[in-house]
Design a protein around this ligand. Sequence first.
Ligand SMILES: [Zn+2]
Ligand SMILES: [Zn+2]
Length: 280
Amino acid sequence: MLTDYHLHLRPDEEGTPPQRYFTAENVDRYLAAAESAGIAELGVSEHVHRFRQALELWRHPFWEEQAVDDLDAYCEFVGGTPLRLGIECDFVPGAEDRTASMLEAREFDYVVGSVHFVGEEAVDHPGWDVWERRGDPDAVWRRYFETLAECARSGLFDVLAHPDLVKVWGSARPLPDRDLRHYYEPAVEAIAESGIAVEVSTAGLRKPVGELYPAPAFAEMCVEAGACFSLSSDAHLPEQVGYGYDRALTFLAELGVEEIAVFDGRARRLEPLGAANGEN
Ligand SMILES: [Zn+2]
Ligand SMILES: [Zn+2]
């Protein structure tokens, strides 16, 4: 089986109101793209910060500006489609109880946990650039993976999204000097303890870094720690569904991973990895 769970029905840019993208026609475009890529399970995981309810978790100025949609209207819309219902929810340190209440009150099939921010600054957002404000790559990488470890350990999430997002800018931002496995270590420990599924995301192939998340060394450490994996494109357009899956499947095969995490009502099972149409 192939899945694409971490995806968005619209671009991240301004001026993308739900009524234009959360339509049966747009869902059909995603489903058609999934079918031609041999993807059996398609789910949507809109960013939590697009919903008003997110402000109960965090009042970061970026969220204040973005949080305009209604989470329940989203759940109701997706519930009336063949898509699995997910959400991409940032881990907000200190808001664990409020996050749990928000998630438990709704019938998600899975929750993708992500870390975009370290403190008030983001690793992937030019407007809140951690590199400009904090600079030192050793400090940024250390803090990022410590936060990722907390995210895994929180038990709030089923899938750990784009697990080394901190590398998103590639050579446009400084890399730490030491062996990167040193930074992965606390996150891998937390992944092993929590049992959270590690997302192999092809989104990195479309970003300046030009590689999959996670990096091979990080993924190998996850395999050694007994982690399981999920597979997603983080598409924001129908034509990005299943993007780069040939690369991801080769990557997983080289790691010796033969099964993929599949979710239903927040229960996980493992299914053999492979395309429904035999293409991959
Ligand atoms: Zn994300
Ligand atoms: Zn995403």
